[in-house]
Design a binder for this molecule. Structure first.
Ligand SMILES: [Zn+2]
Length: 138
């Protein structure tokens, strides 16, 4: 069994600001980030699709103590976003001062952008991470 969309290809697309997912041909469910099988019916008949990257915030957390090598990024906000296509993905939210983050964030429309980070001790070379911004510009 092979991955239709490897994590490497997913990451490569992310570097170009594209969010790729997998659509199940059996039930139509979109899976993202990529897995070997459909997250709904565990089917293996998947096709690669490009996602809009638009969705709304379902929950968030503020990181005050960053992992080793990323200390200078803290504090920052991590959001869990429910995409229009259904899957939930995590990313950074840079549009807001972490000190101002409150429950009003939940339900806010956001869209994906990508920020390229220099490599750290956990990666081999620069890494792209999903970053969200408010769709309404606020
Ligand atoms: Zn399925």
């Amino acid at each position: 069994m092979e991955y239709k969309l490897s994590f490497k290809d997913y990451h490569k697309a992310l570097m170009k600001n594209k969010l790729m997912g997998l659509k199940c041909k059996a039930c139509g469910t979109i899976t993202c980030p990529p897995q070997m099988s459909c997250r709904n019916c565990t089917g293996f008949d998947l096709e690669v699709v490009e996602l809009t990257g638009k969705g709304k915030i379902t929950t968030y957390t503020t990181i005050y103590v960053a992992p080793e090598g990323r200390e200078n990024e803290a504090p920052y906000i991590i959001v869990l976003v429910e995409l229009e296509e259904g899957p939930w993905i995590m990313g950074n939210l840079y549009d807001m001062d972490p000190a101002r983050a409150d429950l009003d964030l939940i339900g806010k429309p956001v869209e994906l952008g990508t920020r390229i980070f220099p490599g750290d001790k956990y990666s081999d070379g620069p890494a792209a991470r999903p970053v969200f911004r408010f769709t309404d510009g606020k």
